[in-house]
Design a protein around this ligand. Structure first.
Ligand SMILES: *[C@@H]1O[C@H](CO)[C@@H](O)[C@H](O)[C@H]1NC(C)=O
Ligand SMILES: *[C@@H]1O[C@H](CO)[C@@H](O)[C@H](O)[C@H]1NC(C)=O
Length: 398
């Protein structure tokens, strides 16, 4: 790899103690992923990628950093977002903070994914996202891992010309990596290192009373949603805009913060009020309800397994009354795991159990900040010092 280790030292020095001082760039408010990248002068491309089952995805690419003409071939890296989210996660904090820019600046060919069904990836070779919603949204994160990722990885490697890529995921973006490498182990060899932030596998230590209650009634909830034909979590532009302006005002900020912290863990020191309008410019985005249901099923069962359709349909689809478990011992890719002590969605104990099941562990890193929550991997004010310097250091060893 032609990356200079010195760049990292400069990065670390530059950021030491500085990130909490640099103000957020308000010029990103109201912009989407591509507009934000262009707003900061980075060269950006959008690629359409068609999956084996006909979904047409849009992935973004930052070709190179600012002080570079892109003439040398760069190692590719794929960044994958979480549920209800999009490629915007990896650029919303702006240059010198968001991971996509940091990686472009130190010499990676950066690709940012958009899962099927989110606001970028809504086309299909035969289905219409609105008229055929029932069929279109009949997927969970299993299909994102099983169909989206192989198509994306093949596309990235054919464009870049390299023999392998780096994978970085947050939340659901890590689950889909596990699905891919346990169900299509041949893809393990195409990934040099997987850096997984807040990775949900089996979730036996979930302790939030509201989430536990939802999980208890998951099959009833699913039946109800089906009856009323709710297949997709659709976002309402006006609600986003309201949240962006309401939650960014001192006074109401604390109210929004309180509601969000209930589900992700309370970390007031790392949430800057100024990031709120940028965040709500792109979040939440569309997802299939089945993505959420699949996680709730896992909390109920305590197992990391394929979608549970009920024993009769399971027999038909899987040949067994219970859905098959994802066998983590099949993952031959080296995995670096990053997790937070105060992450309510993905409990650190569950991550430690996950790590102990992996064949090749490249890093086991509990972020050294006790309040670190599920959003902090993307949005903490000091995320560079607390996490990205470490994550990039390990990436550069592979
Ligand atoms: C969606 O995909 C179809 C089939 O490939 C294509 O003809 C159509 O132009 C696409 N629509 C949009 C909005 O990109
Ligand atoms: C993680 O799980 C432990 C044990 O169940 C629990 O005590 C703790 O509160 C959980 N942490 C969070 C942040 O939910």
């Amino acid at each position: 790899m032609s990356l200079l280790p010195a760049t990292l030292v400069i990065l670390a020095t530059f950021h030491h103690g500085l990130s909490s001082v640099v103000p957020f760039d308000a010029s990103d408010v109201g912009l989407n992923t591509v507009q934000m990248i262009e707003n900061h002068g980075y060269p950006c491309e959008s690629h359409t990628i068609t999956t084996e089952d006909g979904y047409i995805l849009v992935y973004h690419r930052i070709l190179h950093g600012k002080n570079d003409d892109g003439s040398v071939q760069k190692p590719p890296v794929l960044l994958m977002h979480g549920t209800f989210s999009s490629s915007a996660d990896y650029v919303s904090m702006g240059p010198d903070r968001s991971l996509a820019y940091l990686l472009a600046d130190i010499g990676y060919d950066v690709w940012i994914g958009n899962a099927r069904g989110n606001e970028w990836s809504r086309n299909h070779t035969t289905l219409d996202v609105v008229k055929d919603a029932e069929e279109y949204f009949d997927f969970s994160w299993h299909e994102i891992g099983y169909y989206d990722l192989p198509a994306a990885i093949d596309h990235i490697l054919s464009v870049n010309g390299g023999d392998g890529l780096h994978y970085v995921g947050h939340s659901q973006g890590t689950t889909v990596f596990m699905v891919l490498t346990t169900t299509r182990p041949e893809y393990s060899d195409k990934i040099k290192l997987a850096s997984l932030m807040g990775p949900p596998a089996a979730m036996t230590h979930q302790s939030n009373p509201i989430i536990l209650e939802l999980a208890k009634y998951i099959f009833e909830i699913e039946a109800l949603f089906k009856k009323y034909k709710f297949y997709e979590l659709t976002y309402v532009k006006e609600i986003r805009e309201f949240a962006a302006s309401y939650c960014a005002q001192p006074g109401s900020f604390e109210i929004c913060e309180g509601i969000i912290f209930e589900f992700i863990g309370a970390d007031a020191p790392q949430l800057d009020i100024n990031i709120v309008p940028v965040l709500f410019s792109n979040m939440p985005t569309n997802s299939a309800w089945k993505q959420l249901f699949h996680y709730l099923q896992e909390i109920k069962s305590g197992e990391f397994c394929q979608y549970d359709h009920g024993s009769e349909k399971n027999l038909e689809i899987y040949g067994s009354a219970r859905p098959p478990v994802y066998d983590l011992s099949k993952i031959s890719t080296p995995v670096a795991a990053y997790y937070g002590k105060n992450d309510v969605l993905v409990n650190y104990t569950d991550v430690q159990i996950f790590i102990s099941d992996l064949p090749t562990v490249a890093n086991d890193y509990l972020v050294p900040f006790d309040l670190f929550n599920h959003f902090d991997f993307m949005y903490a004010t000091d995320v560079v010092d607390l996490l990205y310097v470490e994550l990039i250091k390990v990436m550069q060893q592979y």
